[in-house]
Design a protein around this ligand. Sequence first.
Ligand code: ZN
Length: 322
Amino acid sequence: MNPKKIFIEKIQEKGGWVNAHAHLDRAYTLTKKNFKYSYSPLKKKWYLIDEMKRLATKEDIYMRMEKALEYFLIQGTQALCTFIDVDEIIEDRALKAAQKLKNNYGNSIYILFANQVLKGVLNDKSKYWFDKSLEFVDIIGGLPAKDYGKEDEHLDFLLRTAKKKGKIVHVHVDQLNTYEEKETEKLARKTIEHGMQGKVVAIHSVSLAAHSRDYRYKTYQLMKKADLMVISCPIAWIDHPRREHLTISHNSITPVDEMVPEGIIVAFGTDNICDIYKPFSDGDLWIELRVMLEACHYYNIDHLVKIATTNGLKVLGLDKNI
Ligand SMILES: [Zn+2]
């Protein structure tokens, strides 16, 4: 038996891979000079990329996105969602590059865009750029940790806007692999509060794995009530540095092996490619999937195929189109 061969054939039968989360506008921005930033913590990286973003022209961004997209096409990808930075540093240059990408490749692959709110959504400047991107993006992006201490306000703003505009929301949550984070739970509660069941997707939810079994399963029940879906980016967070505090023993990854049997829709994505966040990531979808199945000890081929295809279409709201 060759499980990889069986898996790949099934992916093809389903029309190809779905990469539900990426940041193509920053792909291949790693340089000899900024390579050292790769060791910086996440919250520092949010600022360390400013210099690169300030200098990037629309053409630079387009070239990166095109190069990455070509690689996904070679792998047989049917749909892809990428976040694009839209803030006072990059202004609308990534937005314009994204528009060009859609014009040139929209017939070959489903390309969806979400706005990355790296400067938050609560101050006037960030709101201005958020509004500018609103009509263009298919999906509203969120990063509550950026508005630390005001996460509720951040989520209220996103969910209210999405409801008004009839759009799906993808939110980065629980990225730091610590029981101190409870962002997935918060997102599920907010989804119910705003009546947005089935329209909200949590990206990562890694920290959930650091909590007790009782808390995890209570959260899964809540997620089901909220119809909250999940995108796991296995390589993105498997590299968390070890800490000295005692915790449940687990791998630093979305607990896919528990979520799927609980009936939660899980999709997957490659996240960053060859930048200061993930210098060695190259966007190979099989490697991404392989890391997931190994780190979660999850070998159910049919469910893995769903994660890499039809569930991806669901989290992107494309399941009705195809
Ligand atoms: Zn991301």
